[in-house]
Every structure is written in structure tokens, then in C-alpha cells.
Design a protein around this ligand. Structure first.
Ligand code: ZN
Length: 305
């Protein structure tokens, strides 16, 4: 009995010390157990058959599928989208704003199944908040389909959306003009998982945004802890394919020049993802475009919980 008591006290002391150490570093502690239901669904809107070597440096000469997905997050009674994938107007947007030469490299295959239509069919909505990982065409495309929703972005993404441009690394006029309610993410929280600041969306540590500048100045990642306690990290386009994380590989050199606003900063973000994975081998990293990762999670209407 005494032995059990001593063991219990030792365990409690260890946990307390661990918690204290985490706080002393200015990091947010892991979320406490909660009754709030947190889950997400991968809503794939389109895809593109491509080659792995085009996606990251060192990729194989083998077929690879790029997905254009939105992520529907549910936290208790609230829901929001992280990215939108391709929307109902993508044909017209692409026609208007994708430069001709870029159409050789940056494409999508038909059919497109916009997230708005998929949610409507399932009777889910209304969606009042969309958080974009960044303002590139294949993430913002579906936002105009939700005219009443607030679109949240990092303040450092303002330059892109305030000066929309017809280029693959810009924010497109045809999409920006369709958003009426922009809202800034306030990074008012402490360091989180190696990122300097954070924003805890619900104040319970279950859905935490972090800045990941590089691919664009205002790129944003989302740490999500679902009901089962499993942890996910949505990283937008810091990497296009989870394979890149094995070796810390950047995108193919041409893609890097075309789409990564700051190549060095992007590499810093990649290393931070790798560090988070090393600390927690159970952490599942979800790039916005990795069709294999999305398929393994299961596609909407399936939920990850
Ligand atoms: Zn993208």
C-alpha cells in the first residue's frame, strides 16, 4: 500500500514537474481532457495526376496525386473551414487570372466538387468562418461560395490580398473580390510547438494556429487535437507532400522559385515541422495537397475523431 502511495506521489511529482517545465519555456501545455467533441473531415474538391519528383527535391520518377482539399473542423457546436480547395467559380477564376505559361505547370483535373456543394448535400452549414493557410488560388478559390463567412488570415498576408495579381504566387483578383469579410488572426498566445506565437481558437488548446512564414509571408498552420486525443498538424503548402518531411526536402527547384516567396524561411518552417514530429512521433502532419495522406485519413463524409 505504502509502495503504491509512494509510486503515485512520485508520478504526480513527475507530471507536475513536466507541466511546470513546459510552462517555464513559455510553451502552452497539452490540452486537458474535455467533453467537447472535436473532429475533422477532409473534403477533397479536385485532384491532379502528377509526378512525385515535381513535388519535392529527391522525389521519385513515379506517379503521384495532388489533392485540392478543404478541411472541415468541428469543435462542439462550432464549425469552420481550414482552406477551401477549389470552388464553384474556379473555371472562371483560372481563366481570368492564371498566366498562360503557368497553365502548363499549375493545373487541376476535372471534375471539381466544391466544398460548398458537398456540405450542402450533407445538410451541413452555415459556415461562418474560413481560415486560410495562405491566400494562393487553390486555397482561397472556394471562399466566394460562402459570402456570409468571415475569412481569417494572418496580418502578414495583407500584402498579397491588398495587391491582388494575376500570377501563380499571388492572390487572384477574381477571388479576392469575392470576399467581403476579412478578419485578422491575432497571434496573442505564447510559443507553441517551436513556433514563436500562437492563437488558441477556443481557449482549450484543441485548435491552435501558428505562423509559418515562407511559402507566403502570412502562411499559417493549425494544430488540432481530436476527441480521441490524436494530434494533427495542418501545414498548408509548407510542403506539398509528406515525403518531403522525411529528409527535410524543399520543393522541386523550379516550383520553389515560382511559388515559395522566401525559400530560406520555408526551410525553417520545414525544420520546425520535423522537430514537432521528432518530439511527438504520433503527430500526424497533413499537407494541404498530399492525396495519400488525405485518403489514409478518409474523405468526407467520413470524420476523423
Ligand atoms: Zn496550394
Amino acid at each position: 500500500m505504502l509502495k503504491t502511495l509512494i509510486a503515485a506521489l512520485a508520478l504526480a511529482a513527475t507530471l507536475a514537474a513536466g507541466g511546470w517545465a513546459a510552462n517555464a519555456q513559455g510553451e502552452t501545455p497539452p490540452p486537458a481532457p474535455s467533453d467537447t467533441r472535436v473532429r475533422f473531415a477532409v473534403v477533397k474538391t479536385a485532384s491532379l495526376q502528377t509526378q512525385e519528383w515535381l513535388l519535392f527535391s529527391g522525389g521519385r520518377f513515379a506517379a503521384a496525386e495532388t489533392a485540392f482539399s478543404a478541411f472541415l473542423i468541428q469543435h462542439g457546436e462550432d464549425s469552420f473551414l481550414f482552406d477551401t480547395g477549389l470552388g464553384a467559380q474556379v473555371g472562371a477564376q483560372y481563366q481570368a487570372d492564371m498566366p498562360g505559361w503557368s497553365q502548363l505547370f499549375f493545373r487541376y483535373d476535372a471534375p471539381v466538387q466544391p466544398v460548398k456543394a458537398q456540405l450542402d448535400n450533407a445538410g451541413i452549414g452555415p459556415i461562418r468562418r474560413i481560415i486560410i493557410s495562405h491566400a494562393h488560388w487553390d486555397h482561397l478559390s472556394g471562399a466566394p461560395d460562402f459570402p456570409d463567412a468571415e475569412v481569417w488570415l494572418a496580418p502578414s498576408e495583407h500584402d498579397l490580398v491588398n495587391q491582388p495579381s494575376q500570377r501563380v504566387g499571388g492572390a487572384w483578383p477574381s477571388q479576392v473580390s469575392g470576399v467581403t469579410r476579412w478578419k485578422d488572426i491575432r497571434f496573442d498566445g505564447p510559443a507553441h510547438e517551436g513556433f514563436e506565437v500562437s492563437h488558441d481558437l477556443y481557449g482549450d488548446g484543441r485548435a491552435v494556429l501558428v505562423p509559418m512564414p515562407g511559402h507566403t509571408a502570412g502562411s499559417v498552420g493549425l494544430f488540432l487535437t481530436v476527441e480521441s486525443g490524436r494530434r494533427y498538424f495542418f501545414v498548408g503548402d509548407v510542403v506539398w507532400n509528406a515525403g518531403a518531411l522525411k529528409h527535410g526536402a524543399a520543393k522541386h527547384w523550379l516550383a520553389r522559385q515560382l511559388v515559395d516567396q522566401d525559400v530560406d524561411q520555408t526551410q525553417v518552417a520545414i525544420e520546425r515541422i520535423r522537430a514537432a514530429m521528432a518530439r511527438d512521433p504520433q503527430l500526424i502532419v497533413v499537407p494541404a495537397h498530399d492525396a495519400n495522406v488525405h485518403a489514409a485519413l478518409g474523405l468526407f463524409p467520413a470524420w476523423v475523431e
